[in-house]
Ligand binder design. Sequence first.
Ligand SMILES: *Cc1c(COP(=O)(O)O)cnc(C)c1O
Length: 461
Amino acid sequence: MRYVSTRGGADPVDFVTASLAGLAPDGGLYTPEAFPQIERPSADEPYHVTAARIIKAFAGDSLSLETLTELSRKAYAAFSHQSVAPLVQTGQNQWMMELHHGPTLAFKDVAMRFIAQLYEHALGERGERMTIICATSGDTGGAAAAAFAGLEHVDVVILHPHDRISPVQRVFMSATGADNIHNLALEGDFDQCQAIVKALFADEQTRRSLNLSGVNSINWTRIAAQSVYFATAQAQLGADRPLRFVVPSGNFGDALAGYVAARCGLLAGFECHVAVNANDAMKQLLNGGDMQKGTTTPTASPAMDIQIPSNFERLLFEATGRDGAVVKAAYDQLAAKGVAPLPERAAGVLGCMGFKASSVSDKETFIEMRKTLDETGWLVCPHTAVGLHAARHAPSDIASVVLSTAHAAKFPETVKQATEQDAPLPIRAHGFVERDEVYETGPMELSHVRDRLRALSRVSS
Ligand SMILES: *Cc1c(COP(=O)(O)O)cnc(C)c1O
């Protein structure tokens, strides 16, 4: 199994190389040269066994099933629920898939735990160390910090905007107690943190000397690991039963993983409702709108405040009939002009790929949190509520599965405001609160971050 770039300008590589690289060298996203056909799991196959089997199909000869089973066993042992992604019924013919049973209470744990084990294994084999740099507006940093904490071959440096993330989110990244996890709280906003990460990757000398890598959702391994729970939901609800997945969406990683599961034969069909907040770029794109660099509006579901959904590039690649030159031309134009029309061939196809979309306001999100509590007794996080609201107002005659992307306790202020209830941290998260937080503050400057990276990284140049 080889991986090609969505922009057509990189040599094909194997699964492990694509995983360690993150982004392809031509700026595109790695994607498998063909979708493997994978046997659907049975309802009683343990989650980590299903995960190993599905990821094996993506990994080809680069990893054995035995190795993958061991990595996946270690990755999912950290979950507080045996089935990792349990389903609970929320209505007549509607279920919620709880993806927040990992250590940092958001679905990011599912893929990040696996990536961390894969990196540790692959770097150990190669006798290498790596430095992972990660800018976060909240959940990704915590999931990465917790997943990589204490590993031998990887140092993680997380950049977050000082005083602009919630205290609960900060605790998950700064109180790991591990000396290979480093937090820089920078004076500024998330977009500036992200710009510094991009500048570091563009700096060839720094990138090579620190063996720099990234684990945000452009990394194919995240998509592969997330396709697993779409398959387990299908198995639990009946192998041949048509399902509609409702996915709260930001960078379009989770929704794309559903599409990939379907292309690999893991689902009985494919219907996916993409639920976004006021930042509705993804909805516009699916309806044939232009690609543009919009500005983000802060909302009550901050993990979805994204206007350039990076995984759209993979869908566009499919919609153009896998024409890397066309995808590259569109993204070059977007970079140069700030706006680009969808390539003609793609515009017609996007509407027929199984996706629908709707945008949910903060007011509607709050109302949904309250209604869900009244109807089911569950407190849900605001991102999950965006999905539940979309499902409620776009009824379907087939069974719906709404992805619950985070635990309510991760957003206690919003939960309180919407429902007047407290959302206490589950017991498994108490360890974080008891440890001391370790992070250093500093200026939002490339030179400062580069100096700190050189000092903190154990990669010897
Ligand atoms: C990251 C995140 C999302 C958005 O997921 P994408 O894969 O980026 O679309 C939704 N909800 C929560 C809680 C998240 O952390």
